[in-house]
Ligand binder design. Structure first.
Ligand SMILES: Nc1ncnc2c1ncn2[C@@H]1O[C@H](COP(=O)(O)OP(=O)(O)OP(=O)(O)O)[C@@H](O)[C@H]1O
Ligand SMILES: [Mg+2]
Length: 456
């Protein structure tokens, strides 16, 4: 079947003629002699294209065009106009017709026009379908800006693990977007409609953290005036986000492990266990493996929360994402302050690209907010950037400088030196590790932290 065609013409003879001709050519065809009847049929059946005469009793072809365009914009209308009435043809197009054809016409010519109209409709539907698919793929990931390979990897990983209920550990330096990723995972999961409950494990004393997480019975401690439900249970049907898990007090770790294994919690001061149904996502900017080695973090708990690991690359390993994010923040802050700032000067962009961003995306956001507030131009200038960004000199190891602003932390000295050695040996990690006196695993771990690929 080549397509479904609806003919509208008050000339019965014409209807019959077209019906026979198009039927022969493999179309499913129906004909009506008034626009009103045509609408009745359109409401009941689906058509790929409508062919309509202009001059009809009752509702004419122009009105029909306008109504189809309004109610069924997916169906193209081809109008038939009398020879020499070009104005009518233009009016029909204005009213929403896809095309027109002038009387008298060859059936072949009409068929060509119909074929084009049908193909147009098919393509439009396809575009719509693809757009929906893309929207769906990106749903929940909108807040995660970045086109670098490193960020594509992160997004792919989120998409792959969002649906399952397994624990996820998100690691990354401060300000890399761990919470943004945790929220994206939640929104993408089947629990997306449920609560997202977050707690910062570093922010409170052990006893308080315990009662926050697990709840407590009335009278469990001096201030426990009423029974409370813990966050595990509050997150039922949703996600519990344990932020800064690396700072979880050692004393609470066995209880947390038990809860994760049994999927039940025992409130402080209470006898009965309560089952919970929440997915657990944890995040940390600490090196948990080292914490395990140093017995500050239980190994069994580490394996329990680290079923799936989402490592977030530092901003300096994301290449041009720095500019993409800068542009996004620039629009946001310019909009908020009502200032007319539209972009970055080339020199400012270069400074942003070569800075090492120890505070990552958060630091970049603060830097742009400040620059937008300060600038007197419509493009951010180098002078609008903080001194440390302006004056940053990459890959210099400054040990003997007299200038206090050149001095950096021991960690930064190490970072620069490690990268310098690696560069000097042409990227050979075995050799670099040998010179530095590290074992290969240590070097890999450091490189991963610096955002330099540990592979190869
Ligand atoms: N990929 C990104 N696209 C857009 N904004 C981002 C992105 N990553 C982070 N941000 C923004 O940067 C800020 C810091 O992000 P977030 O709080 O998620 O970082 P974090 O890793 O949890 O930091 P911390 O370790 O300090 O808690 C937030 O304002 C967040 O919206
Ligand atoms: Mg955070």
């Amino acid at each position: 079947m080549n397509g479904r065609v609806l003919i509208v013409d008050d000339d019965k003879e014409m209807c019959r003629l077209l019906e026979t001709a198009f039927h022969k050519r493999g179309y499913a065809i129906a004909a009506r002699t008034t626009a009103e009847e045509a609408f009745e049929l359109l409401a009941a059946e689906d058509f790929d294209v409508v062919v309509s005469d202009i001059n009809m009793k009752g509702m004419n072809g122009l009105e029909l065009c306008a109504r189809v365009a309004q109610n069924r914009p997916d169906i193209p209308v081809v109008v038939i106009t009398a020879f020499g009435t070009f104005d009518t043809a233009v009016a029909a197009i204005r009213a929403g017709a896809y095309d027109f054809i002038t009387k008298p016409f060859e059936v072949d010519v009409l068929e060509l026009t119909l074929k084009r109209a049908i193909q147009h409709r098919v393509l439009r539907e396809e575009v719509k379908r693809l757009r929906r698919a893309v929207d769906d793929r990106e749903r929940g990931l909108e807040d995660l800006t970045g086109q670098s390979p490193a960020m594509h990897k992160v997004r792919d990983l989120i998409l792959r693990v969002a649906e399952s209920d397994t624990s996820v550990l998100i690691t990354g330096e401060s300000g890399t977007g761990k919470e943004v990723v945790a929220r994206a995972l939640h929104h993408r999961s089947r629990r997306g409609g449920g609560p997202f409950v977050a707690i910062n494990c570093a922010a409170m004393p052990e006893a308080l953290l315990e009662s926050e997480l697990f709840g407590h019975e009335k009278g469990a401690f001096t201030d426990a005036k009423a029974k409370t439900v813990g966050l595990f249970v509050q997150a039922n049907g949703g996600t519990l986000f344990l932020d800064e898990i690396g700072d979880m007090p050692l004393g609470l770790q066995p209880k947390l492990l038990r809860a994760l294994q049994e999927r039940k919690v025992r409130p402080v001061g209470g006898g009965t266990e309560v089952a919970f149904d929440a997915r657990v996502i944890a995040a940390t900017n600490r090196d948990l493996e080292t914490a395990v080695d140093e017995k500050r973090f239980r190994e069994d708990l580490y394996y329990r929360i680290n079923v799936i690991h989402v490592p977030l690359p530092p901003l300096r390993a994301r290449g041009n994402d720095v500019l993409l994010l800068a542009q996004q923040f620039l629009h946001q802050f310019a909009g908020q302050s009502g200032k007319n700032v539209v972009g970055l000067s080339t020199a400012a962009a270069e400074k942003l690209l070569s800075y090492h961003w120890p505070g990552n995306v958060r630091e970049l956001s603060n830097c742009i907010e400040r620059a937008v507030a300060l600038t007197q131009f419509d493009r951010l200038q180098v002078e609008d950037l903080p001194e440390k960004v302006r004056d940053y000199r990459p890959s210099h190891i400054i040990v003997a400088s007299d200038d206090a602003s050149d001095l950096v932390s021991m960690e930064e000295v190490e970072r620069r030196y490690v990268l310098r050695v690696l560069q000097a040996v042409g990227g050979n990690k075995t050799m670099a590790a040998h010179i530095l006196g590290f074992d290969r695993k240590t070097l890999y771990r450091k490189l991963e932290r610096y955002g330099v690929s540990g592979e190869g």
